[in-house]
Design a protein around this ligand. Structure first.
Ligand code: 5GP
Ligand code: MN
Length: 331
């Protein structure tokens, strides 16, 4: 990472450092934020993590004593912090709009030097220094590269390393996606050598399911799955009413779209989630179809070839119908 020394210099010279990441946090946004936060700490500086919305339950464990202030519940505090900041990190997102409208506007208008570290395609021009590596599996891996390339690998330890491991693990489907390289495994070896308890990371993340969560997932697969054999497409969906009846909390349907994709013969999976007057979509592909193209051209979204998402301002029934009508065009 050729920008590493410049980034360290910016950290050393900053008085108020804020770490931001995208809306609807996942293992990589939380993991890269915490990894950078603790790396900054070990450099003798401090920072604050400000995210658009709260950390999902299944990765809460990674925070330990760290505080993540979220804009959804502390809008004025986060706005003040960002306006007072002289350095803001933008981790795991490629445009100010990924913070949501209001927080995105605060980012755009504040005076801080902005540094993006990200692995999504086609970044917007919204920062002063951009580290954009779309071939790298996760932003967490880029935080490790920052530590390494700045000559600070001797400082790597379990506290910095566990969230980095978490980010790599969750963004690679536990090291299975094609984005994983030999370098990823070298980094994992480096993390384990630095004391990361990898078994604990897997267990803390995946073996802590609430029964309601498993029942909701079972319900969606048994009652809300449709397979369009002709197109090799699986569609799953969930309404707010169903989520409420299973005491839904954020993160309960995380990764469920991958289960639909795992069905024999299925090449594209789409998951539709009702959210107020909108529908949030998650797309996954294991075939030729680039789902980010469908998301981008029709659902105000984007992402990668194999994993993308978007949003539609309509009912869930109409949104699913719209998606089905598009299939002949893309297949
Ligand atoms: P997920 O399905 O896990 O929510 O998202 C998968 C990927 O799709 C994300 O890593 C992100 O790149 C992309 N993505 C999801 N939702 C959106 C969205 O609303 N807009 C854009 N541009 N990308 C999205
Ligand atoms: Mn990521």
């Amino acid at each position: 990472m050729k920008e590493a020394n410049k980034i360290i210099e910016l950290i050393q010279n900053a008085k108020n450092i804020i770490i931001t990441s995208h809306k609807s946090p996942d293992g990589d946004s939380i993991g890269s934020s915490l990894g950078l936060y603790r790396f900054i700490q070990i450099l003798g500086k401090s920072s604050e993590i400000c995210h658009p919305d709260p950390c999902p339950n299944f990765i809460e464990w990674a925070k330990e004593d760290a505080v993540i202030v979220d804009f959804e519940e502390n809008e004025s505090a986060v706005t003040d912090k960002m306006q007072a900041a002289d350095l803001i990190f933008c981790l795991d997102y490629n445009g100010a709009n990924r913070l949501g409208k209001a927080m995105g506007e605060v980012l755009t208008s504040c005076k801080a030097i902005k540094v993006m570290i990200d692995h999504h395609l086609n970044p917007d021009d919204f920062v002063d220094l951009s580290v954009s590596e779309p071939l790298v599996c996760s932003t967490a891996q880029l935080i490790y590269e920052l530590v390494d390339a700045s000559g600070n690998l001797h400082l790597m330890n379990a506290r910095i390393g566990a969230p980095i491991y978490l980010g790599i693990m969750t963004d690679t489907g536990s090291f299975r996606f094609s984005s994983v390289t030999a370098r990823t495994h070298e980094i994992i070896a480096g993390l384990i050598n630095a004391g990361v308890d990898h078994t604990a990371v897997h267990q803390d993340t995946f073996d802590n399911n609430r029964l309601d969560k498993l029942k909701l997932r079972g319900h969606i697969i048994s009652e809300r799955l449709e397979i369009l054999t002709e197109y090799k497409v699986a569609i799953i969906s969930v309404t707010e009413h169903i989520m409420e009846s299973f005491n839904y909390i954020k993160g309960d349907t995380e990764g469920l779209v991958n289960l639909a994709l795992s069905i024999e013969g299925v090449e594209v999976a789409a998951f539709f989630t009702e959210k107020g007057n909108d529908v949030k979509m998650s797309f996954r592909s294991k075939g030729e179809l680039a789902v980010n193209v469908i998301a981008n051209e029709n659902f105000d979204g984007g992402g990668h070839k194999y994993a993308a998402g978007g949003i539609n301002h309509d009912t869930i029934e109409n949104t699913i119908a719209k998606f089905k009508l598009l299939l002949p065009k893309y297949f």
